[in-house]
Design a protein around this ligand. Structure first.
Ligand SMILES: Cc1cc2nc3c(=O)[nH]c(=O)nc-3n(C[C@H](O)[C@H](O)[C@H](O)COP(=O)(O)OP(=O)(O)OC[C@H]3O[C@@H](n4cnc5c(N)ncnc54)[C@H](O)[C@@H]3O)c2cc1C
Length: 499
């Protein structure tokens, strides 16, 4: 954990090149990128809690899957004509390769230690029943025709599947139609540890100031392309000024975006969904499972509720979890206020939010169903995955809070499951809304923020040269250029020990 002191901000110079709100994976990634591109920039991170990475980015608050679309079936929907559309899977795979490339470069420079946050864990999709097996076969055939997924393995063989994931096959009957795919080069990531590693390396450069236990209360324009940001800490309220503000406040970003009063903010509402896991206390069982096994979501279940049985590595310790189950709280942050949801509703987003409720009856039904679950009902869901699971070996743990985006469109309110970057027209403000695929794709998302908000710099030869050093594949398309994909993966595998 990073130990920053809480400065008396009234005594410090209060103008910065960039003010980044939130001490999670998103702000820390952006801060490292900015520092690598221009070490002279003066950066401020403001975090309301007393340490960074305590909300969604904390390892225990997310599933730690390095989302590369290897195993998550919601990224490869079946089209009405019965074909798989791989577009989303390719985009996510590309983004994850970019994250690996970034970590590989920082490792090469001696700035990051992958051992602290990255573990090789095979990623498996597993389904049963004729129609789901047919879907998985179609997905396998489509994806393996693409270089990005060419290493995917297929199996319907009971003993092979038992070798891949013994806990999932123990107690299962031979007669059932079932199938699995596996990509061995999958990962589990401790995003909390990664966030703290980023802050450690920034601390060494001296370019970053971090104000902990300090909350951003409000922000307002301060002339052209400049913001005045109001902060509150134990010393009272004070202001900082910057031509660029990034709202990387996780669930808190929507509230701050609304406070910025930029016209783009009026298009959004948010709906919080909390996550819960079953965590295994049996060390022998934990040691027998070495995979992230993703199944198929139930009808009406949101994509982030796709069930999975996961090996996790947190602070170097191995664990086993199953979930997520959905919970409900009106808080936008795990350590937020129960008033968050109500405060976010206004005359611009009320109608879209109600439309989303009416048009997503399956989802509402699913969420109500989840709230009624007791331990045994949760165990029944787990037993669909791991038939021999014993109720006594598993207990409930509360994960992080997600705020699903509701966007006002010309067709009414639309519920969006992905991540959305919102920027002001002059590029002086950027906010990150939404969750999935989240932390795994932080590097690509932050590059998008820089493209939109720092276009001159991003087009300058100096920054482009630095970016090519940091991301050797920058400007090339990993999905169309197989040679670059192979070269990039080989480099990342070697530097990050993913062999
Ligand atoms: C249950 C669950 C499972 C997930 N699983 C995965 C997964 O397997 N793989 C994956 O890649 N992603 C996953 N995600 C998503 C991932 O965790 C998030 O996308 C990511 O952590 C978001 O990072 P962040 O920096 O935006 O937000 P956070 O980590 O939440 O950080 C935001 C910070 O802002 C601070 N803050 C908020 N408001 C203010 C304010 N007004 N002033 C100052 N500070 C403020 C908060 O205290 C917090 O520290 C999961 C998320 C959840 C909830």
């Amino acid at each position: 954990m990073v130990n920053f002191y809480v400065p008396d901000a009234t005594q410090s110079e209060n103008h910065y090149d960039a003010v980044l709100v939130g001490g999670g994976i998103m702000s820390s990634t952006l801060a490292v990128l900015l520092n690598e591109l221009d070490p002279g920039l003066r950066l401020l991170i403001v975090e309301r809690l007393d340490s960074p990475a305590l909300e969604s980015s904390a390892a225990v608050n997310n599933a730690g899957t390095g989302h590369a679309a290897n195993c998550e079936l919601n990224y490869t929907p079946l089209q009405p004509e019965g074909k798989i559309n791989p577009a989303k899977a390719l985009a996510i795979n590309y983004a994850f390769e970019q994250s690996l490339e970034f970590w590989a470069s920082l490792t090469e420079k001696g700035k990051l230690s992958p051992k602290k946050f990255l573990n090789l864990v095979p990623q498996i999709s597993f389904v049963w029943g004729d129609s789901d097996v047919a879907y998985l076969r179609e997905r396998y055939q489509r994806l393996t025709s693409l270089a990005a997924f060419s290493e995917m393995e297929w199996s319907t063989d009971f003993s092979e599947l038992a070798d891949w994931m013994p806990l999932v096959m123990d107690g299962r009957s031979f007669g059932q139609p079932m199938a699995g795919t596996r990509i061995k080069r999958g990962t589990d990531i401790d995003f909390g540890s990664l966030t703290n590693s980023y802050f450690h390396l920034l601390q060494k450069t001296g370019a970053l100031e971090m104000q902990l236990s300090t909350e951003v209360l409000d922000l307002q324009r301060n002339g052209e392309k400049s913001w005045k940001v109001e902060l509150k800490n134990k010393f009272g309220n004070h202001y900082v000024y910057s031509p660029f503000v990034f709202l990387g406040a996780g669930g808190g970003s929507l509230t701050l975006l609304q406070k910025s009063r930029i016209p783009e903010a009026f298009e959004y509402g948010g709906f919080p969904v909390s996550g819960q896991w079953l965590v295994c206390s049996d060390l022998e069982l934990t040691a027998r499972h070495n995979a992230k096994v993703y199944g198929k979501a139930k009808v009406g279940a949101p994509p982030m509720s796709v069930p999975h049985l996961d090996t996790r590595w947190i602070n170097g310790k191995r664990s086993l979890l199953f979930g997520p189950f959905a919970g409900f709280s009106t808080k936008f942050l795990k350590q937020g206020s129960v008033k968050d949801l109500f405060r976010s509703i206004n005359s611009n987003n009320l109608a879209p939010m109600m439309q989303v409720g009416i048009n997503n009856f399956d989802l509402v039904n699913y969420l109500f169903g989840q709230l009624r679950l007791g331990h045994e009902e949760r165990m029944e869901s787990l037993r669909e995955f791991s038939p021999n699971a014993n109720s006594k070996a598993w207990s409930l743990s509360i994960a992080g809070q997600r705020v699903q985006i509701i966007k006002r469109t010309s067709h009414g309110g639309v519920l969006q499951m992905g991540t959305e970057v919102v920027t002001s027209s002059d590029g002086s403000l950027a906010a990150l809304l939404g969750a999935s695929p989240g932390a795994s794709t932080a590097v690509t998302i932050m590059l998008e923020v820089l493209h939109r908000c720092w276009p001159e710099k991003m087009n300058s030869e100096y920054w482009r040269k630095s970016l090519r050093k940091l991301l050797p594949s920058f400007g090339k398309d990993l999905n169309t250029d197989v040679a670059v994909l192979v070269e990039t993966r080989n480099r990342s595998n070697t530097l990050l020990n993913l062999l």
